[in-house]
Design a protein around this ligand. Structure first.
Ligand code: NAD
Length: 482
């Protein structure tokens, strides 16, 4: 079978990488190479930055309504190709196609539409007194860089480029080299729907080559990054040195805290299960530490395990699969090593703990069974470090104070969920836990207007709503004397 050969988007054209080199792209469900992704380098980034710098002034000068229309047309194109993009996302990432169809691609459309609308509704600021009126302008930065990860490929790629473009910037964007396909399709769609050349440029390739070239290019004024804490630390340092803005969305080790008074209806229990295993546990928001009040621990554990055991792992194309394959062989090896480490630390595997080899076309894919582990102390590596796979640890607690101490006992601080009927308690606990996002009696219920991001090693800065528009603009105060 001929391999798909992907290309970069530079100045409104699909281009080969300058070095003519390509990287293998694997289908996680089969373990086989199915596409070739440009192995671009600093030359490709320079060409993209030059195109962006050329296009930026005219893009910034467009009436907001016109910029919004361009984004809406791109959203229309993604929506019109929803089913095909969902299948392509699933093939590239290993996630069930039903999930890509219900979550990833609709959310990519929503991101583009949300920021197209938001920019037309963004009020300016003014401060007047008897002497003068101060007008605070929000001017675009010029050329900005957007770097995204593999777990929600088109979803997070559009989450970054949409506010950057809406605010009037030209963009040089880099998707993950592990999941480059849908960003390539977006490049094709941008050309088809007449997106102005040079305003959106997409360079494919490796982080240490393409990513660093974007971060360190002197014309690039800001970096919006989502990925690992390790890469984020490099980007924070590089941007600080060059006085660039950076917004960093990084790893997590999120707690779900279940109090004895929680409404543990079947539907809520399903949400708690989903919060651990959706997208194979490869969502930064997944609750990988499940804290349960001791008085209900035994009963809860039984019901929870029954549901986890019922999850089906298999071919992502099969509508019956709840979990697909892990994204890469390297990540599969990491997750299985983490499970072994949990055993070595004294943990008891209650279900899962094994790899899965479906019959037929997926026999060589990278599948891991949903895994639940108990009996580990809070301060062990398993309970402190991100695994980013279908692995949840069960941790009993005695009271509110202990639950809070356990929840906060990690360097990360992205998202937490609290399950209780007592609103006073929900309020108290939410106030005392060190996380940027707290859900009460729900999980991953997203309103795109809200600030999104983490504290500690999970993030610096916030995305979403006006936070993103503020990040991608520079305030300029103009004081006009009376
Ligand atoms: P990663 O840091 O390896 O890669 C992320 C992106 O950065 C990729 O495009 C990669 O090519 C690029 N990159 C790598 N090295 C670079 C460098 N030196 N300079 C510039 N760019 C570089 O992360 P990943 O493995 O792709 O993604 C998984 C991680 O992302 C997990 O830690 C997960 O928690 C995190 N994540 C966080 C959020 C959030 O919103 N906080 C959302 C999704 C994923």
């Amino acid at each position: 079978m001929a391999l798909h050969t992907l290309a970069n988007l530079v100045n409104g054209r699909l281009l080969e990488p300058a070095g003519h080199a390509y990287l293998d792209v694997f289908e996680p469900a089969t373990g086989k190479v199915y596409a070739r992704c440009p192995d671009s380098d600093a030359r490709d980034v320079s060409a993209a930055v030059a195109a962006a710098a050329h296009a930026a002034p005219a893009w910034a000068a467009l009436a907001v309504g016109e910029r919004a229309q361009h984004l809406q047309r791109l959203a229309d194109a993604v929506a019109a190709n929803l089913d095909r993009l969902a299948r392509e996302e699933s093939r590239d990432n290993g996630k069930p196609v039903t999930l890509a169809r219900q979550v990833d691609i609709p959310r990519a459309v929503a991101n583009l539409r949300f920021f197209a609308e938001a920019i037309t509704q963004w009020p300016g600021e003014s401060h007047a007194d008897a002497r003068a009126i101060n007008l605070t302008l929000r001017q675009p930065l010029g050329v900005v860089g957007c770097i995204s990860p593999w777990n929600l490929p088109l979803y997070l790629f559009t989450w970054k480029i949409a506010p950057a473009l809406a605010a009037g910037n030209a963009v040089v964007a880099k998707p993950s080299e592990i999941t480059p396909f849908t960003a390539f399709r977006l490049a094709e769609l941008a050309i088809e729907c007449g997106f102005p050349p040079g305003v959106l440029n997409i360079i494919q390739g490796l982080g240490p080559k393409v990513g660093t070239a974007i971060v360190e290019h002197p014309v690039v004024k800001a970096i919006s990054f989502t990925g690992s804490t390790r890469t984020g630390a490099y980007i924070a340092a590089a941007c600080a040195k060059a006085f660039k803005k950076s917004s960093l969305e990084m790893g997590g080790k999120n707690p779900a805290i279940v109090f004895a008074d929680a409404d543990l209806s079947d539907a809520n229990l399903d949400t708690i299960v989903r919060s651990g295993f959706s997208n194979q546990g490869e969502i930064c928001l997944c609750g990988s530490r499940l804290l349960v009040e001791r008085s209900i621990y035994a009963g809860f554990k039984q019901r929870y395990l029954d549901k986890v055991k019922a999850l089906r792992v298999g071919d992502p194309n099969d509508a019956a699969s709840d979990l697909g394959a892990l994204v890469s062989k390297a990540h599969f090896d990491k997750v299985t090593t983490c499970i072994q480490r949990a055993r070595d630390e004294g943990g008891t595997v209650l279900t899962g703990g094994n790899t899965v080899q479906p019959q037929g076309r997926c026999a060589d894919g990278w599948f891991v069974a949903p895994t639940v582990i108990e009996g580990l102390p809070q301060d062990c590596a398993t309970n402190r470090e991100e695994i980013f796979g279908p692995v949840v640890t069960l941790i009993p607690f005695t009271d509110e104070d202990e639950a809070i101490a356990i929840a906060n006992g990690t360097d990360y601080g992205l998202a937490a969920s609290i399950w209780t009927r007592d609103l006073g308690r929900a309020n108290r606990v939410a106030g005392r836990i060190d996380f940027g996002i707290v859900w009460v009696n729900c999980w991953m219920l997203r309103d795109l207007r809200t600030p999104f991001g983490g504290v500690k090693h999970s993030g610096m800065g916030r995305e979403g709503g006006t936070e993103a528009l503020r990040f991608f603009t520079e305030p300029k105060n103009v004081c006009i004397a009376n």
